[in-house]
Design a protein around this ligand. Structure first.
Ligand SMILES: Nc1ncnc2c1ncn2[C@@H]1O[C@H](COP(=O)(O)OP(=O)(O)OP(=O)(O)O)[C@@H](O)[C@H]1O
Ligand SMILES: [Mg+2]
Length: 222
């Protein structure tokens, strides 16, 4: 369960204050598949970052699995994120100097697994996204869609209960987008993973259980 209570976010730089989110109240039950939609700049990535514990809200509270995250220290937050949350970034964030297989293994480095076991799990995750034949490539040797799928493999390799994906189909053609959507649906159905996906695509959003719409940092759905 992900709960946001009166969450607000203001970005402050020396000269400007940007209100990115205001008074957001959302409760996402375990096993749900939710889409976040809205125009560019309305706060979708900001909202997902709050849910993924990548950034702190300026106001309000984020609770995950009943735990209030604002009372957690950085070390505990990092540990919680590593064990429970898989995050697919809008811009992939793959490490250019690491091969595909090593990129996917990263979340497992913080667990007590042997190298062999890590490699086995990373292969399985890459197989799931249809990239078994690219394990020894570097990110720069892959297409945008393939990089997107590596990012998804990395997010799912540790079998997180929460998968947060920022436009996971945004860089893919419709067939590949459909395949990625199928992977997310599979994880949702088979493992009861809770999925929150930002998308601009109404067709993809319709396949989820619920659509949260944002406009200028505010929720416009009920
Ligand atoms: N680090 C930051 N510093 C200052 N302002 C920021 C920062 N990150 C985002 N913003 C501002 O917050 C607002 C929301 O940004 P956000 O990235 O959440 O939008 P978005 O809905 O994900 O847009 P897109 O569809 O283009 O990805 C925007 O006005 C943006 O300029
Ligand atoms: Mg965004």
């Amino acid at each position: 369960m992900i709960q946001l209570e009166q969450v607000g976010k203001v970005y402050r730089t020396e000269k400007i204050e940007t209100l990115a989110l205001a008074d957001v109240n959302i409760s996402i039950p375990q096993g749900a598949f939710v889409s976040i939609m809205g125009p560019s700049g309305c706060g979708k990535s900001t909202l997902l970052n709050m849910m993924g514990l990548l950034d702190q809200p300026s106001d309000g509270e984020v609770r995950i699995s009943g735990q209030n995250m604002s009372h957690m220290g950085d070390g505990d937050l990092a540990r919680f994120r590593n064990q429970h949350i898989g995050f697919v970034f809008q811009s992939f964030h793959l490490i250019p100097d690491l091969k595909v297989i090593d990129n996917v293994e990263i979340p497992l480095l913080y667990r007590s697994l042997t190298h062999k076991e890590r490699t086995r799990l990373a292969h399985a995750a890459l197989d799931r996204v249809g990239l078994s034949s690219r394990v020894d490539h570097f990110p720069s040797q892959l297409s945008g869609g393939q990089q997107q799928r590596v990012a998804i493999a990395r997010a799912i390799v540790g079998e997180p209960s929460y998968i947060l994906a920022d436009e996971p189909t945004g860089n893919l053609d419709s067939q590949m987008g459909d395949q990625v959507m199928g992977i997310l649906e599979g994880l949702n159905e088979e493992r009861q993973a809770t999925i929150v996906m930002v998308t601009h695509d109404e067709e993809m959003a319709k396949r989820s259980h619920r659509i949260i719409r944002l406009f200028d940092g505010r929720q416009v759905d009920a």
